[in-house]
Design a protein around this ligand. Sequence first.
Ligand SMILES: Cc1cc2nc3c(=O)[nH]c(=O)nc-3n(C[C@H](O)[C@H](O)[C@H](O)COP(=O)(O)OP(=O)(O)OC[C@H]3O[C@@H](n4cnc5c(N)ncnc54)[C@H](O)[C@@H]3O)c2cc1C
Length: 393
Amino acid sequence: MKIGIVGCGMGGMASAIALARQGHDVSVYEAFARPGPVGAGLLLQPTGLEALAELGLLEQITARGARIDGLRGCRPDGRLIMDLQYQYGRSNDVGIGIHRATLFDTLFHAMRAEGVALHTGAAVTNIPDLDYPALQFADGDATGMFDAVIVSDGAHSTLRHLVCADARAPQYPWGAVWSIRPDPDRIWHDKRLLAQVYSGTRIMVGVLPVGENPAEPGGPDCISFFWSLETDAVEQWQAGGLDAFRQKVADFWPEAVPLLENVKSLDEFAPAAYRDVRCRKWSNGKVILIGDAAHGASPQLGQGANMAICDALALADSLKDHAPIKAFVKYEKNRRPTLRYYTWMSWALTPVFQGHADWIGHIRDVFFGLMCRLPGIRNLMDWTLVGRGRWFW
Ligand SMILES: Cc1cc2nc3c(=O)[nH]c(=O)nc-3n(C[C@H](O)[C@H](O)[C@H](O)COP(=O)(O)OP(=O)(O)OC[C@H]3O[C@@H](n4cnc5c(N)ncnc54)[C@H](O)[C@@H]3O)c2cc1C
């Protein structure tokens, strides 16, 4: 089949690799002139790692990333609020913290090795006929017709409404600022944790070890440092200056202050915003949405890239045995219980960690620590963390 993919992100590249290996003629269209990763370090969950293993990329990812055994969240006074460990899911489960550029490079090289045609500077603006899909660009140019089109243009998708006219994708009021910092003595890597500190719901700060920094080959391993912030408070935060920010970090998490030692300006932090994407359906005719375009969520549960890569493999699997329209129906039926679970969970948990209602944070502090200790509930929480959560329908 002739397959067009919109977006050279995590879902788009994973789809391209899997489908090219099945012998399809695959072309990827990317808006950026030079495709590259945008955003913070990522935590890859066991389910995402299984999908990368299927693509033959697990060894590279494991070698270049940082092993993570669990998530630990505390209050500034050290009281434990969250203690989730992968081993409670299945004994050999681990997560991998990874620099986004490392994951991008790995998928990109694998995709190029499969001979996938990549068209850059090609922002798709329309797909006029979903039953006979061709891609249209801003300058009026268009491709020929494809047998199937996969739209994987991310959370800020401008094509989503073509597939699902009543899709909703409101931006969350809170996002984060983040920065990649060196961990020369491997202090954070040796902990093997995604470590977070919460104070009420207004303060959330975290450190994720992500292994090698592709911008500094041979340099020290690095971590991704993030600080929760309301999206319209970013300018005010910048105006406050670096010293004020350092002091704030010192107030809530003194242990993390050395990570900011070499920061020269707040420009070394990038803002990130996320959307809560809800679509009643993900396909229409011969066009299908995957990844954040279909079900973008806040990164509270660290599942977005995992889900995009798992989507890609599930879709390729359906397309192996069926023509596009039937394959899309099968794919939606398979993926819906998992994807609905994580979209809902991420939406429900976001105000528990980011918002103005500090009272929610106090309730969280009372109950989460307890929940992490009750065997049945702890297992459910770990199951959710590893990516195996799902509704039954
Ligand atoms: C701060 C932050 C932390 C996160 N942490 C985690 C984590 O720990 N674990 C995890 O699994 N996930 C995490 N995520 C989520 C993860 O980054 C996304 O879910 C994932 O990148 C989605 O992949 P995608 O392929 O759907 O979209 P993307 O990777 O966003 O790719 C979309 C691509 O489409 C291109 N594009 C857009 N419009 C067009 C167009 N019209 N024409 C052509 N090309 C177009 C874009 O340029 C981009 O290259 C995090 C996200 C954020 C913001």
